[in-house]
Design a protein around this ligand. Structure first.
Ligand code: SAT
Ligand code: MN
Length: 575
């Protein structure tokens, strides 16, 4: 079956030859050398075994407008996804992929998503003509061997730039035309034209979220855009938390938080994706399907994330950051002022007032490099989740933290998530958009059914995690962030932890419980401003509820669950 598939792709794409990847260090180094020779990689003088890549300036982020869910029935892709008939899409792809790997090597990457020997782990094969993708996948996924007995999600990727005889390659081959197509019934992924991130590393958003969410729905579990962290209190008691934020809202920083409170500490299981199943004991268990971090570089600093700074000291691939004359990398936020003689992400001498690094510049690094990688991070059973957090980037309205009154209202908090746009996807920066569960670009089926799936998970026998909503990004009248964020977020996590323990009071508001007070020892914050962070402004929120109802009804119609509508009415009535 698999051999046959590989053969058929070879026939279609007409590569010069086929290379089956074994995931070894030797293979990585040989490919890294090849990439150096082609000018894709520059080996960094200042960081051991690390490389610098610059993409084509037109290929820098996920292309949501060219991402498709090709379900048999249009309805099943739902209103939030682009849909194309699978037969039509296959015909289009056959056309695009015909001879698309001429002059290139076709790499076959068999990989696992999830820990070794875990019942929750799933397998994929990515066929690609990009050695950059192979090197990245070696970090981001666990490369395994092809095993005809296993079920594989099949993925085909091409940069879409065949080479004529004797034609010289460019450092970042790609095509202006891009298509990222998912076939949820056949469990297949076809990606054409981009070599960047989630467009090209098919294990990540394509498999672990879009196809993953569809499988999870069928099998009764959850594939979520969530970080997973362990939080330990001064008595040594530990709890695990999963948290959903839209792309580029600080998930990596939160997952690796350095606590500003004595005795409290965080360990990291994952920074982007959680696969969660209910165990026989009725608790929810999470595994991180990924093997590495594909983190946003700009803004990452000794202040915002010292753990990540340590983590990327070596064995890291940097893409679209700036390059220093000493042979190191730099990005906005790393230091006050850019170093002399900097080359920007486009390869030009850095000019003041321009961006040195692209806003969506990334580092790619194995999770084994994370200094606070959780001891249970690779446990095949996963880690038990006690709390789920939903967070967006909202300058106004949303309190710093709220605890939902029950599961259904918690699910509503997830559904109600909205956020100001970041650079992780194409689109106007800063525009507010609804992003339910931070899954808007990642849900592989009808999002109304996805809401219902969340609601259906609650049963008498299960110990449902508590659900919280957070917003680190509230601003004051002057336009400054009120909350200092980063390591200080542990103060909010402490409140959440103690709520789970039952040792902390909550103040009732229309939305849920907010803190009576937070531990602010050592924190410089105006008490008046702090109080504002816990305020649920009834009038303003009433309007938000109306907007939400409008959004839910016009977008999801009949498929917006009745129970969520009722919960929204409860919010509204309490305002
Ligand atoms: O999708 S990517 O992997 O490129 C990053 C993100 O949007 O979270
Ligand atoms: Mn993400």
């Amino acid at each position: 079956m698999i051999k046959q598939f590989i053969n058929s792709i070879q026939t279609l794409c007409e590569p010069d030859r086929v290379h089956i990847c074994d995931g070894s260090e030797e293979e990585f180094h040989a490919l890294a050398q090849l990439l150096e020779k082609q000018g894709t990689f520059v080996r960094l003088q200042k960081r051991e075994n690390s490389f610098y890549a610059r993409s084509d300036p037109s290929d820098v982020a996920r292309v949501e407008s060219r991402t498709f869910i090709c379900s048999e029935n249009r309805e099943n892709a739902g209103p939030t996804n682009n849909w194309k008939d699978p037969k039509e899409m296959k015909a289009l792809l056959e056309n695009l992929f015909k001879g698309c790997m001429k002059g290139r090597v076709m790499y076959v990457i068999p990989y696992a998503m999830g820990p070794k020997n875990s019942p929750y782990t799933k397998f994929g094969i990515e066929i690609t003509d990009s050695p950059y993708v192979v090197c990245s996948m070696k970090i981001m996924a666990r490369i395994i061997q092809i095993d005809e007995g296993k079920e594989f999600v099949l993925g085909v990727h091409s940069v879409g730039m065949p080479l004529k005889e004797g034609e010289k390659d460019v450092p970042w081959p790609c095509n202006q035309e891009k298509v990222i197509a998912h076939f949820p019934e056949a469990k297949e992924i076809w990606s054409y034209g981009s070599g960047y991130g989630g467009n090209a590393l098919l294990g990540k958003k394509c498999f672990a979220l879009r196809i993953g969410s569809k499988i999870a729905k069928e099998e009764g579990w959850l594939a979520e855009h969530m970080l997973i962290m362990g939080l330990t209190n001064p008595e040594g008691k530990k709890k695990y938390i999963a948290a959903a934020f839209p792309s580029s809202c600080g998930k990596t920083n939160l997952a690796m938080l350095t606590s500003s409170l004595k005795g409290w500490s965080v360990e990291c299981v994952g920074d982007d994706i959680a696969w969660m199943h209910f165990g026989k004991d009725g608790r929810l268990y999470a595994v991180n399907p990924e093997n590495g971090f594909f983190g946003v570089a700009p803004g990452t600093s000794e202040k915002s994330n010292p753990i990540a700074m340590k983590m990327i000291e070596k064995d890291t691939i940097f893409t679209n950051v700036a390059y220093t004359k000493e042979g190191d990398v730099w990005w906005e936020g790393m230091s006050e002022t850019p170093p002399e003689g900097l080359i920007d992400w486009r390869g030009n001498p850095y000019k003041k007032g321009e961006k040195a690094a692209h806003l969506n510049a990334r580092f790619t690094v194995s999770k084994k490099r994370c200094p606070i990688y959780d001891p249970l991070g690779d446990d095949p059973r996963g880690v038990p989740i006690d709390a789920i957090i939903f967070g967006g980037r909202r300058a106004a309205l949303l309190p710093l933290v709220v605890e939902a009154y029950d599961w259904t209202e918690g699910v509503l908090m997830g559904a109600a998530l909205s956020s100001e746009m970041t650079a992780a996807a194409e689109g106007a920066l800063g525009d507010l958009r609804h992003d339910p569960f931070a899954m808007l670009p990642f849900c592989g089926y009808h999002m109304g059914d996805y809401f219902q799936h969340w609601l259906d998970l609650e049963t008498q026998e299960r110990k449902m995690p508590k659900i919280f909503s957070v917003n680190w990004f509230r601003k004051n009248e002057k336009g400054d962030y009120i909350w200092s964020g980063f390591g200080e977020n542990v103060r909010v996590l402490k409140w959440i932890f103690n709520r789970l323990e039952g040792s902390e009071v909550g103040v009732k508001t229309a939305l849920g419980f907010v803190p009576h007070e937070l531990d602010t020892t050592g924190l410089k914050i105006d008490e008046k401003e702090l109080k504002k962070l816990f305020l649920v402004d009834s009038a303003a929120y009433s309007k938000e509820c109306k907007d939400l109802l409008g959004y839910f009804q016009t977008t999801f119609g009949e498929r917006f669950p009745r129970n969520l509508k009722d919960a929204l009415t409860r919010w509204q009535d309490r305002m």
